[in-house]
Design a protein around this ligand. Structure first.
Ligand code: HPA
Length: 247
């Protein structure tokens, strides 16, 4: 079975509406268990696979996700093109709550995570080129698909990956802004780097859930607001995906 496109759903996205003839695949990998069963189905005559990064019950924290198993399992099913969907906080002025962004750069502030497939006796060390962390054609595909679906998205931006699961302090976000980050999220890395090691095409669709600490006009970040904003942004995802898979 071959898969035309795979999605890794983040916070707020646990299934893809519109998938037909759905089957669930429980996949074992040499790197352990993925976050959940992989849901495969048809969309517009194409094959799509979906995995919930935090599990469908959202019981896996960002630092506990088995990123290697998730990506390897998708590849085992024949997926070579992957869109990672990530909830984020907005730092840049035009990336406020409910915005959708296709970032083009990453700064990794995570620590203590397993960041590579190169850790076995028989695994040759690879020094992947990561100057452009996302696959250009996948980014272009997402941007064109959004345009086609009349969904506004911001083209480009730097995703700062933090360890979580707590949100950041104002000082941390101040530093990230000075470093050049436009968005902050907890799950963008090591996923993007591992996808590159596996030779997968990979891009990120970031959904802005809240202003990052100390940004915008909000004094405090409320979870209720985060989920309301995410619901709003998430509703646009199936439109973009349908257009992407049809292209
Ligand atoms: N920080 C980190 N990750 C996030 C945020 C945030 O403010 N919002 C959603 N994911």
């Amino acid at each position: 079975m071959s898969i035309d496109l795979a999605l890794i759903g983040g916070t707020g996205l646990y299934r893809l509406p519109g998938l037909e003839e759905v089957s669930e695949q429980v996949v074992e990998t040499p790197w352990g268990k993925p976050s959940d069963a992989i849901v495969c189905g048809n969309l517009g005559g194409r094959r799509l696979a979906f995995i919930a990064r935090h599990g469908r019950a959202h019981d896996i924290a960002p630092h506990q996700v088995n990123y290697r198993a998730n990506l390897h399992a998708l590849k085992q099913l024949g997926a070579m093109r992957i869109v990672g969907i990530n909830a984020v906080g907005g730092i840049r002025e035009d990336m406020g709550p409910r915005a959708l962004v296709v970032p083009d750069q990453i700064i990794d502030y995570t620590h203590g995570r397993i960041t590579s497939f190169c850790d076995g006796v028989d695994t040759p060390v690879q020094h992947i080129d990561f100057s452009e962390p996302y696959t250009a054609s996948m980014r272009r595909g997402l941007l064109d698909a959004a345009l086609q679906a009349s969904v506004p998205v911001v083209d480009g931006g730097c995703y700062g990956a933090t360890q979580g699961p707590r949100l950041e302090t104002r000082a941390e976000i101040g530093r990230m802004r000075r470093d050049g980050c436009d968005l902050v999220g907890m799950t963008g890395m090591p996923e993007a780097a591992l996808a590159r090691e596996l030779g997968l095409e990979y891009a990120c669709l970031a959904l802005v859930a809240n202003w990052a600490a100390g940004c915008g006009d909000q004094a405090e970040i409320s979870l209720d607001e985060i989920f309301a904003n995410l619901e709003h942004a998430t509703a646009k995802v199936p439109l973009i995906v349908a257009s992407l898979i049809a292209s």
